[in-house]
Design a binder for this molecule. Structure first.
Ligand code: LLP
Length: 404
């Protein structure tokens, strides 16, 4: 995706998140057909946390996607984007009574993070269907902060305790069931997914057989990675889906689980490579290192400072092949505010030049903040030749909305 960035900068200003509708659509189609080639009772529930802009949710909703939400705020974003409540999943953790009452009010499917979550829920009302998030004992992610399964994870029910949870729910009159896991984010390794699915089917299969339950659905979470670095090997989604479906179908047959729906909850895979962050150079400095300062920083895109994440940097209007080693930083008063460390950049960069950071569609704006009193950027959705503002730039005035 290459746009007329000068035009975007003059029309909408910088920093600016730009998302491409057709890229989101093609990501969705690719993932859907990869799974449906092997198992037709399948659906995608977009993880809203990756990019909650209602216009982005709507692109996926119009394709037939459901959603996964982790908070009442995300749930409200999905409902306002027009997603019907029967296509919404709720996967929170340490859910408060208020969180749970919103789930009941909207009558949506929930993956409980713990038996205690279910116990809190039944004080408010009995859910029609119960699914527990299981920690299958393994996890994998591109950074330790995004590993969400295994012995260090705060999520889910240890598999050794899962039987007790389902037994309790059944004894309390629940008749419909599902099972869930989410073991980590940004995985590029197809075999890991299949290994985790095999574990989940074994854990679930034994529980469901002992309790004489046929689950409505098996939700294997998201976590499908994208290559951020040119040397990353892209995830082979066709191979991954094939391996997952083989393990899934084998488990379903072995434990005679009927015809459960297979659900996935991808966030990054659907929107990550559909977004770029456009920024302007605000200052150049030759210090102990050479710095290019831009008007976007850890407040705009937190991933590099939080996880050491890589986002490819490009200067679309600099054709000079001569480069020097520079670091790209924002304007925040923290030394962690570096978006790219010691990379080769054109020697002739000047103040005012436009720069882009690639693959910023997931966990970009969603994790931005107003730290250091910098209002958050605008967001634009490109649809073919046209573009539209889908969130206006915040103003300094907006920072005063909440003070009493
Ligand atoms: N489902 C659940 C329950 C989740 O917790 C997550 C992500 C997803 C689905 C979607 O995962 P994905 O397909 O996007 O990997 N901020 C981090 C990523 C944190 C992911 C947390 N959970 C980052 O910028 O890399």
């Amino acid at each position: 995706m290459n746009y007329d960035y000068k035009n975007f900068a003059s029309e909408y200003g910088t920093p600016l998140y730009i998302y491409d509708k057709s890229k989101i659509e093609s990501n969705y189609k690719k993932l859907k057909s990869a799974f449906e080639d092997h198992y037709s009772h399948f659906s995608i529930h977009y993880a809203v946390k990756a990019n909650p802009n209602p216009a982005v949710i709507k692109v996926l909703g119009d394709m037939g996607s459901g959603v996964d939400c982790s908070s009442p705020g995300e749930l409200e974003h999905a409902l306002r984007a027009g997603i019907s409540p029967d296509k919404v999943l709720y996967t929170g953790n340490y859910e408060s009574p208020d969180d749970l009452s919103r789930v009941i009010k909207n009558d949506i499917k929930i993956n409980f993070d713990d038996l205690n979550s279910f116990k809190r829920m039944i004080k408010l009302g009995k859910p029609k269907r119960v699914s527990f998030r299981i920690n299958p004992g393994i996890g994998k992610g591109s950074h330790e902060a995004v590993v969400t399964g295994g012995t260090d994870a705060k999520f889910g029910i240890p598999y050794e305790k899962a039987f007790e949870a389902y037994e309790f729910a059944k004894e309390n009159g629940v008749e419909k069931f599902g099972i869930h896991m989410m073991t980590g984010s940004n995985n590029l390794e197809p075999f890991f997914f299949a290994e985790a699915v095999e574990k989940l089917l074994t854990i679930g299969g034994e529980i469901f057989n002992r309790l004489d339950i046929a689950p409505d659905y098996v939700d294997i979470g998201g976590g499908f990675g994208i290559p951020y670095h040119p040397e990353d090997t892209p995830l082979d989604v066709n191979l991954m889906a094939k391996l997952i479906c083989e393990k899934f179908k084998a488990g379903v047959a072995k434990y005679k689980l009927g015809n459960p729906e297979l659900l996935v909850e991808p966030g990054r895979y659907l929107v990550g490579n559909a977004g770029v962050l456009l920024a302007s150079v605000t200052g150049l400095k030759e210090s102990y290192r050479n710095f290019v300062g831009i008007d976007a920083g850890m407040n705009t895109l937190a991933r590099p400072s939080l996880y050491g994440a890589i986002h490819q940097v490009e200067f679309p209007y600099k054709k000079n092949s001569e480069t020097k080693v520079m670091s790209v930083c924002g304007q925040v008063c923290e030394n962690a505010d570096i978006l790219a460390h010691n990379i080769h950049l054109p020697v002739d960069i000047e103040e005012g030049d436009l720069m882009i950071l690639r693959d910023a569609g997931a966990y970009g704006f969603a994790m931005s903040s107003v730290y250091n009193g910098r209002p958050r950027p605008a967001e634009v959705l490109v649809d073919g030749e046209s573009s539209k503002l889908i969130r206006r730039r915040e103003l300094i005035e907006d920072l005063f909305n909440y003070y009493c």
